[in-house]
Design a protein around this ligand. Structure first.
Ligand code: ADP
Length: 501
């Protein structure tokens, strides 16, 4: 019996989809290059760990420069010969719609895989899978809607301004929403590019499934490739490779900065979706009942391992105690456990390293004088669980208010006036998102204008939709994904001059 099957036999609480059992019956999960699932040229593999137990459950291909080179040559050739980019736009749309249908039929497998390697709880994995499908549905309609423009020009010429694909696009994904991969890949495809997907080393499984479904949908071999492996090896080789034209990166700020530096010699086009330290501002006229659950949920979701986690909660002083008490009351019974258990509400952190990081920040919060009013400890002794943790009495200068923790840790910061709230909210190096809770429409609009963030949610939080651009400002990155912005990001403008005789 394979290690994977032996491991899964212990997971009685979770009735795996038949497709999941079938998929997991292979011992080694490989790269997808030129339409084939292949092992690494070196034969090397890397271990995959269940975040709920810390146990190894499978092995996956560990790529190296040779595998990267093969994938780039495959994607380059596919781009140059036009097997995808020159396909009739209507036909491209048909195949992308087929991909959406296939993803829909495969949702149980994708959702299971996010639980297995990402430690994601079922409700969240289903949301992520649907988000990916929605993005494919939305972008499937783009190939027939790509238009050019005729700029003003002298009368002796006709000038066309056309949109062309960039070429080979490398999508580097994080581990906190692996099944969202289609949302990163399909906009590039809709614009006519070829893609190399580099999933995070912790969560490699769904990428293989997505690449296979692309083939089944009729997207030709070589148009979507997957290379597995650690970031410093495979990611770095892709960033340095002269055959890659653009990098679409989602991950931490430190890695983003490394990629930007490494991409300089080949002048690659970059888009960076990085971290955040997003504020949620709750004014005293807000609907507190609605706010409390959403505000806390925006920190506990996927154990806080979400870029838009609203981890700085700014509360107007008059409602501070009531709101904190409500959030503590609502959050203290949260069921923490393996995503394999149906009633789990909060799953594990992704790794021991991440658990250590969260514990270190909680220690710093205590040492710098903030008060723990909920949680504050690791949960259990197996796996990488941490209790939902609320700090009150936080000053925005404390480390827990300045640095991205990427764990279930909320910092509650009191304020008195609107001006003070906006000043605190903007006093951060990040600018991914912000939330505002108020019944005053003018105040909501004033705040949205004053907040320096890529997204502002008023009386809600963490809503995403395939047609709405998403991305940060300041140290949260640049370049927007989703909506028409993605098509702009994955195309170049070309000006064509024709002299009239
Ligand atoms: P974390 O630190 O939380 O693991 P990262 O931002 O390092 O997150 O990882 C996000 C993605 O970036 C992963 O797919 C990872 O393999 C990749 N990556 C990590 N380091 C590099 C690098 N030097 N160059 C390119 N990609 C990298």
């Amino acid at each position: 019996m394979s290690a994977t099957r032996a491991f899964l036999k212990t997971k009685h609480e979770w009735p795996l989809a038949p497709a999941t059992s079938a998929f997991l019956s292979s011992d080694v999960f490989g790269h997808v290059i030129e339409g084939e699932v292949v092992a690494s040229a070196s034969g090397e593999t890397m271990a995959l760990f269940d975040p709920a137990t810390g146990l190894e459950f499978a092995r996956c291909a560990a790529g190296g420069p040779e595998d990267v080179d093969r994938a780039v040559r495959s994607a380059r050739q596919a781009f140059e010969d036009g097997r995808w980019r020159n396909l009739d736009p209507m036909e491209k749309e048909r195949r992308l719609r087929r991909l959406s249908a296939l993803l829909g039929q495969t949702r149980d497998l994708l959702s299971d895989l996010d639980v297995i390697d990402g430690g994601v709880v079922q409700a969240y994995s289903q949301f992520i899978v649907q988000f990916g499908i929605d993005a494919v549905d939305y972008f499937a309609g783009w190939p027939t809607k790509l238009t050019g423009h005729m700029p003003a020009s002298p009368v002796d010429v006709v000038v066309q301004q056309v949109r062309t694909p960039i070429g080979v696009v490398c999508v580097i994904s994080p581990w906190n929403g692996p099944s969202a991969a289609p949302a990163g890949v399909v906009p590039a495809l809709a614009a006519g590019n070829c893609v190399i997907l580099k999933p995070a080393e912790q969560t490699p499984l769904t990428a293989i499934v997505v690449a296979k479904l692309c083939l089944e949908a009729g997207i030709p071999p070589g148009v979507v490739n997957v290379v597995q492996g650690v970031g410093e090896v495979v990611g770095a080789a892709l960033v340095a490779h002269p055959g890659v034209d653009a990098i679409s990166f989602t991950g931490s700020g430190d890695t983003g900065r490394r990629i930007q530096a490494a991409a300089a010699p080949t002048l690659k086009r970059l888009s960076m979706e990085l971290g955040g330290k997003s504020p949620q501002i709750i004014f005293d006229d807000a609907d507190l009942e609605a706010a409390a659950a959403t505000v806390a949920g925006a920190v506990w979701g996927h154990s806080g391992q979400v870029c838009t986690a609203g981890s700085r909660v700014l509360v107007q002083r008059g409602i501070h105690d009531e709101l904190v008490a409500t959030m503590v009351e609502q959050s203290k019974g949260i069921k923490i456990g393996s995503g394999f258990k149906r009633d789990t509400q909060m799953g594990p952190l992704i790794s021991q390293e991440q658990l250590d990081r969260v514990s270190r920040y909680v220690g710093l919060g205590r040492a710098e004088g903030a008060n723990v009013v909920l949680g504050g400890e690791r949960h259990g002794t197996n796996g990488y669980f941490h209790q939902p943790t609320i700090f009150t009495g936080v000053d925005n200068r404390m480390t827990i208010a300045r640095e991205e923790i990427f764990g279930p840790v909320m910092s509650v910061i009191p304020f008195d006036t609107e001006e003070e709230a906006i000043a605190i909210a903007n006093d951060t190096e990040y600018g991914l998102a912000a939330g505002v809770w108020t019944r005053d429409l003018s105040r909501g609009h004033r705040a949205s204008q004053a907040l320096r963030a890529g997204t502002v949610w008023i009386n809600t939080y963490q809503r995403v939709y395939a047609s709405v651009p998403y991305g940060g400002v300041k140290q949260s990155g640049y370049g927007k994904s989703l909506g028409a912005a993605s098509i702009d990001a994955f195309t170049e403008l070309k000006s064509v001059w024709l002299k009239i005789r």
